[in-house]
Design a protein around this ligand. Structure first.
Ligand SMILES: [Zn+2]
Ligand SMILES: [Zn+2]
Ligand SMILES: [Zn+2]
Length: 326
């Protein structure tokens, strides 16, 4: 690289502390910021060709990683799904630990312990008849809480972005900036913990259905399904009132809560037993389902941003180090 110091004109001396003659008084912060800017320019002077190379590597690596993730997902969906969940769980926690973000790490540890208990319950063989309903209920509660927190964060961001508190004279501009920050944090928490829940429940739903015995990935299920048995929990549907049962187009009957949990919360679109398509429009009856449905679609889009983007950037960082670029 070219010698530093070239072609970096230092700014003229700044009259620090001369507030009386029309100059804005510079705070210690301003001085530090300018100092950092000058240091940055000195350090990177004459790096133009290196910066071009870096831009190429960045774009190339991002495109290549997109392709790799896409192929992996196509060819090995299960391992991709498991790796995504693992990354989703560990990557943000690792970043938070490095940044010393105690609040996030604390919530993350509590969340992990609660989910570990749910996973333990779901993995018990034989599956208890109430376990699937309990598991789907838990994740419905998690979604609901995350949805509320996320929406609150979103509202905070919008309000401060449009200076509503300032216009209404209920806060200063500094408080407004804090509101915006709080909004971003809440929106992130709402998104992150819900995406984790979403991926976990998909895996658990598969496992529970296989363990109950009326579902298999390929070929025939282990047990023959009788007409009055719910294929999701394995319990009789005769024991509940008729309006708590749900008969699908394929002719199989489920507990209302089982099939709703399995399809909406567990993100499955086929009857566990005969694999005929589930008609979810039949139970999109309350507004909660529709709003949560849109939210769940957003979660599916956010997954890539949360997991694979940080990993792609980490790779880019490693490449930069290898090529000695900065
Ligand atoms: Zn540079
Ligand atoms: Zn059931
Ligand atoms: Zn069926």
């Amino acid at each position: 690289m070219a010698s530093p110091q070239q072609a970096v004109p230092l700014p003229p001396a700044v009259p620090v502390g001369s507030g009386h003659d029309g100059h804005r008084q510079l705070s210690a912060d301003d001085v530090a910021r300018m100092q950092a800017e000058i240091e940055f320019q000195v350090e990177h002077a004459g790096h133009e060709s290196a910066h071009q190379k870096m831009a190429l590597i960045l774009v190339g690596a991002l495109i290549a990683s997109q392709l790799i993730f896409f192929m992996w997902k196509r060819l090995h969906n299960r391992s991709f799904h498991a790796a995504t969940l693992l990354g989703l769980w560990l990557v943000p926690a690792g970043m938070a630990m490095q940044a010393g973000n105690v609040r996030f790490v604390t919530i993350w540890v509590i969340y992990s312990i609660l989910n570990a208990a749910v996973v333990y319950q779901a993995m018990q063989v034989p599956v208890k008849p109430w376990t699937p309903r309990l598991v789907y209920k838990w994740f419905a509660v998690v979604y609901n809480a995350c949805h509320s927190v996320g929406m609150l964060g979103y509202a905070f961001c919008l309000l401060s972005f449009f200076h509503v508190p300032l216009i209404l004279h209920i806060s200063s501009i500094e408080d407004e900036a804090k509101l915006f920050e709080a909004g971003i944090v809440l929106a992130f928490y709402g998104l992150y913990f819900a995406v984790c829940a979403r991926d976990l429940v998909v895996l658990l739903g598969d496992r529970m259905a296989v363990n109950v015995g009326y579902h298999s990935k390929e070929g025939f299920p282990a047990k023959h399904l009788r007409s009055n048995t719910c294929a999701i929990c394995g319990d009789s549907t005769d024991l509940v009132e008729p309006d708590k049962r749900h008969k699908q187009n394929c002719g199989h009957t489920f507990h209302e809560n089982c099939i709703r949990g399995y399809a909406i919360i567990g993100k499955k679109d086929a009857c566990p037993y005969c694999k005929e398509k589930i008609d979810t429009s039949q139970f999109r009856t309350n507004p909660w389902d529709t709003s949560i449905g849109a939210y769940l679609a957003l979660l599916d889009a956010a997954r890539y941003l949360l997991v694979w983007n940080p990993i792609a950037f980490l790779l880019v960082h490693v490449l930069f180090q290898l090529f000695g670029l900065k």
